[in-house]
Design a protein around this ligand. Structure first.
Ligand code: ZN
Length: 350
């Protein structure tokens, strides 16, 4: 019988892909303290602890706004990128699609290209580090607009994403408050992004209903759905996702900490055991596992994998989900195949 330590080692050594990860969500309390010091902002440790002790979605958006307010110049993004590259390497992540809140950078009147080049340089340096066993992950980027800011700033995000497309930006996405601006208002922006060869992503069905997911697919042409747990409320939608092979990027701990799970299940006492991930998986919906904002939700990818095991899924199921992440990634074909063949030597422990 394989011991729990061996099982953890197996998961750590498995070459993993993570597709739903916000760089700004890797802002740890330690990094915030160091940035605050740099900008001579005095921080009360009780305030810091209370802000990171999440109790719902509104409070999460508040933390996100507050923590990112300390990212003021390209060097700050570069430091955060180093934190991220180190953390991903420790988790055995070999490929990541990292989302950048470009909508927030624009709101703060920052130079997006300068921020991007500074942080990208750090990921490239980590990826090409030697020896190869110490390499950071291969990384591509998603530029995210903020839904509640509306379509005009979102168009600016898409325009800059298109400009930087040949430099590692692979997709345009939309995050933020689903209950704010209707998705149909973003149709011209998604048309523009698609016309410029960008992949299309939408956060939908996290705190909003199943119709958000349906609109993201039908109106905006979303290729993957961020979260999408509201699909549990519509069997028709589950069938659509399974038949059309549209993946849901599932982030279990995020759903607990933001209260999204309780909202979707209409129950104040939702636990991991109630998460719909196993149902989606068993009904043939492609699902991947991610951390979303690991420093803010106090989690890691390995903890998310453990969470899936606690839901009754098996190691074999986790291998399938990891494979799904590579299959539905926006990697170019030879690179995708090379990662997929690496996975063939990993059999689930018994
Ligand atoms: Zn997200």
């Amino acid at each position: 019988m394989t011991s729990p330590a061996n099982l953890n080692l197996f998961l750590r050594q498995l070459p993993k892909a993570e597709l739903h990860l916000h760089l700004e969500g890797m802002l740890s309390p330690t990094r915030v303290i160091s940035l605050a010091k740099k900008y001579s902002v005095s921080l009360d440790s009780d305030e810091l602890a209370s802000r990171y002790n999440l109790r719902g979605f509104t409070q999460f958006l508040e933390l996100y706004k507050w923590a990112t307010s300390f990212l003021r110049e390209p060097e700050d993004y570069a430091q955060l990128a180093q934190d991220a590259a180190t953390a991903l390497h420790e988790q055995g992540v070999v490929y990541a699609e990292i989302t950048l809140s470009v909508g927030v950078m624009l709101l703060r009147k920052q130079n997006v290209a300068e921020n991007f080049h500074a942080l990208k340089k750090v990921f490239t340096r980590n990826f090409t580090a030697s020896p190869p066993s110490e390499n950071g992950p291969q990384v591509q980027f998603i530029f995210d607009a903020v839904r509640q800011f509306g379509p005009t700033p979102a168009m600016e995000v898409a325009r800059i994403a298109a400009e930087l497309k040949n430099q590692g930006v692979v997709a345009f996405g939309l995050g933020g408050d689903e209950l704010s601006v209707p998705l149909s208002n973003f149709r011209p922006i998604y048309k523009f992004a698609a016309g410029h060869g960008l992949h299309l992503l939408v956060h939908a069905g996290e705190t909003g209903g199943p119709e958000q997911i349906q609109d993201a697919i039908d109106i905006l042409g979303a290729e993957r759905i961020g979260h999408g747990i509201a699909a549990i409320r519509s069997s028709t939608l589950i069938t659509t996702l399974a038949n059309r092979k549209i993946p849901l990027e599932i982030c279990p701990t995020s759903n607990l900490r933001t209260n999204a799970l309780s909202i979707q299940l209409n129950s104040a006492h939702s636990k991991l055991a109630h998460h719909p991930l196993p149902k989606f998986f068993r009904q043939g919906v492609p699902v991947t596992i991610s951390t979303d904002d690991p420093a803010m939700f106090n989690t890691t990818l390995l903890e998310e994998y453990s969470a899936a095991l606690q839901m009754g899924l098996s190691f074999e199921d986790l291998l399938v989900m990891n494979r799904t992440a590579f299959e539905h990634s926006f990697l170019p074909e030879p690179a995708r195949q090379s990662f997929l063949s690496q996975l063939q030597s990993f059999a689930a422990p018994t």
